[in-house]
Ligand binder design. Sequence first.
Ligand code: FPP
Length: 252
Amino acid sequence: MPKDPSSASLAVQVPGGGFSGPHHVAIIMDGNGRWATQRGRPRLFGHHAGARRVREVVEACPRLGITHLTIFAFSTENWKRTQVEVAGLMSLFRRYISREMRALAAENVRVRFIGDRVRLDAKLIELMDELERLTAGNTLVNLTIAINYGGRDEVARATRRLARDVAEGRLNPDDVDEETLPRYLDTRVLPDPDLVIRTSGEARISNFLLWQSAYAEYEFIDTLWPDFTAAELERLCRSYGKRDRRFGGVKP
Ligand code: FPP
């Protein structure tokens, strides 16, 4: 991916094909386990294959006009999986960050993490901090990786911080409105997603970006995440371009 200094402002880019696509795409990367099972392999084999898909998708973003990509890597509910799978995923995240760090930095990708870090191990947190620091000046694509993330947990943590500000006199309860809570969410610096994609045929949102997706468009597709390609992302972006988003209003 070429470094593009002209994209310093994350102003809306027009995709090469001239269609008006989503600027913020969020993806629930589901189906790794089934993909591995279909091949007679352990579930972690599917997660490794899934991690390899991320690069192709990130690289496709600039030409599709996607300035923000948010991916769901581990939910607050995923701790219920076997100890082997959880430990394998945590090890995969550490390896992924170590391996991809330089490439992401060189390709002008800014990486952020959302979710609660309290249950993550110290080494993983250190790598996450390092990657965020290393890419902080990048502007081409904003990649946000959700680890130990749950929409309800995020709103609860935000509310706790908001309540503390009220209790300590920094915030007047009468001033709390729809603009206030988002300033306390993990996503406070990000725009709301335009398009949320879930792979693997499940039609549910599983606690992902609950507040932020109030007016997002959704795509539930059958492809298992390790089979997802940039071409499929492009097809979904084109289809998004044909949608009529009214945000509860009517067309003038
Ligand atoms: C859901 O599929 C997927 C996950 C819980 C993990 C997602 C992780 C990755 C795609 C790889 C790592 C990503 C990064 C950024 C390094 P599932 O296991 O629930 O699939 P199943 O429904 O078929 O069992």
